[in-house]
Design a protein around this ligand. Structure first.
Ligand SMILES: *Cc1c(COP(=O)(O)O)cnc(C)c1O
Length: 408
């Protein structure tokens, strides 16, 4: 990771302003490669489909494609990104609860895979298939079952309900619908849920093969993994000591045991977002003012908690001072520029800090740029420093970017 020296930050500040994201796309690539390596050490036929919604910087989509991974999208907006990037539709998986029939039709006819989220969606796909009898349509089923995580997931089709078998019977009746994938995704990130998640999907696979004679080409375990992070973050997330191996040994190993000696093993897919994107971005902002309110030190900045979308935890923070004369503060709260009382980037900071200092927040790559609202200020630029030079990934947003859709 490029070290952010005062000289470099001053230089970036003069060109791009006092607040920006730093991307390190090499870290993203390495994270993906390491994830693949770890899972493949247990089950060779593993691949990844990157979750675009986690961080849809186009360059990340290109990197995934270049290492042979797929794109995982949940909207026609994200689908359009893959089109712009020239990614083959057959390497795109479309999940999510809301899909336009018209866009789905075009996507399915171009070879894309739609993971069906409801019976209604399935019936729309049947209409498309009947209308284009000479075309093959590839679908997956988003499978909903209990993994003991205390969440009643609202996504996909209940594998214990009659409608699940109904859909499979219908797939058998329609020649040109090809059930390519059984997929599940659960949001909780603890690896302790991974055995139940893997065994649950394997038992669906077993039912689909033995009862219906359908052999899906892939079993897709979705996302819900954490990636590398400093100990301080792991502790705040209640994750303890863990590594990617903790996920792989509780999923890919179960697959390799189940399929040992069988031929035509299915592909195992993982849909990582956070695990590969989180630590590839840092967020930089500056101290604007320091004040004291009834004994509490408030450090005001030109950044916001909305930029890092981590609430109620303290992200990794590095203070790059602009002078040697900073005073030391105890339990100071570092606040954002919005007019929301709870907008704090960091609570109870103790150490030297002064007006003008740069604050560098780590692990800002997941659900940050994609979730930042246009509240109070337009968005800041994104700069990739991985190649030893500055690549502007996204320019700073301007007044017009936000207001040109309004009628004045
Ligand atoms: C959000 C999402 C992912 C990625 O989740 P992370 O927890 O960020 O890894 C993967 N698959 C689906 C279907 C999703 O909705």
């Amino acid at each position: 990771m490029v070290s952010l020296t005062l000289d470099l930050l001053n230089d970036l500040n003069s060109k791009y302003g006092g607040s920006f994201y730093i991307l390190d796309s090499d870290i993203f690539r390495r994270n993906c490669e390491k994830l693949l390596e770890t899972f493949r050490s247990y089950y060779l036929k593993t691949n990844i489909a990157y979750s675009y919604k986690t961080n849809y910087i186009p360059k990340l989509g290109i990197i995934i494609d270049s290492i042979g991974g797929y794109a995982e999208v949940v909207s026609d907006m994200e689908l359009k990104i893959t089109k712009h990037l020239g990614i083959e539709p057959a390497r795109v998986i479309w999940n999510g609860p809301v899909k336009s029939k018209k866009v789905m039709e075009e996507f399915l006819l171009s070879g894309g895979i739609v993971n069906v989220d409801s019976r209604h969606e399935f019936s729309e796909i049947c209409e498309i298939a009947r209308h284009y009898k000479d075309r093959q349509i590839s679908i997956g089923l988003r499978c909903n079952y209990d993994i003991g995580d205390g969440v009643l997931s609202r996504f996909g089709i209940d594998v214990g309900a009659d409608e699940f078998d109904e859909i499979l019977n219908n797939i058998l009746l329609i020649d040109n619908i090809n059930l390519k994938s059984l997929q599940a995704h659960f949001a909780k990130r603890h690896y302790k849920y991974w055995p139940a998640k893997s065994e649950g999907l394997l038992s669906v696979y077993e039912r689909v093969t033995s009862k219906f004679g359908i052999y899906p080409e892939c079993i897709d375990l979705g996302g819900g993994l954490s990636g590398e992070m400093p100990r301080s973050l792991r502790e705040q997330f209640g994750l303890g000591d863990f590594s990617l191996d903790d996920y792989a040994s509780r999923s890919a190993l179960i697959f390799s045991d189940y399929f040992r000696g069988k031929k035509d093993k299915p592909w195992l897919f993982i849909e990582p977002g956070t695990a590969v994107a989180a630590d590839c971005m840092r967020y930089v902002c500056r101290v604007e003012a320091i004040k004291e309110i009834r004994g509490k030190t408030i450090i005001e900045t030109n950044g916001s908690q909305k930029n890092i979308s981590m609430g109620s935890i303290n992200p990794p923070l590095e203070v790059i001072p602009i002078s040697n004369n900073n005073l030391r503060f105890k339990n100071a709260d570092i606040a954002g520029y919005t007019c929301i009382e709870s907008d704090y980037l960091y609570r109870n900071y103790s150490g030297k800090i002064g007006v003008g200092d740069y604050l560098v927040f780590g692990n800002c790559g997941s659900y940050s740029v994609v979730m930042k609202p246009p509240f109070i200020f337009p968005n800041v630029p994104i700069l990739d420093l991985s190649a030893g030079k500055v690549e502007e990934i996204k320019r700073a947003e301007r007044f017009d970017d936000i207001f040109e859709t309004y009628n004045f």
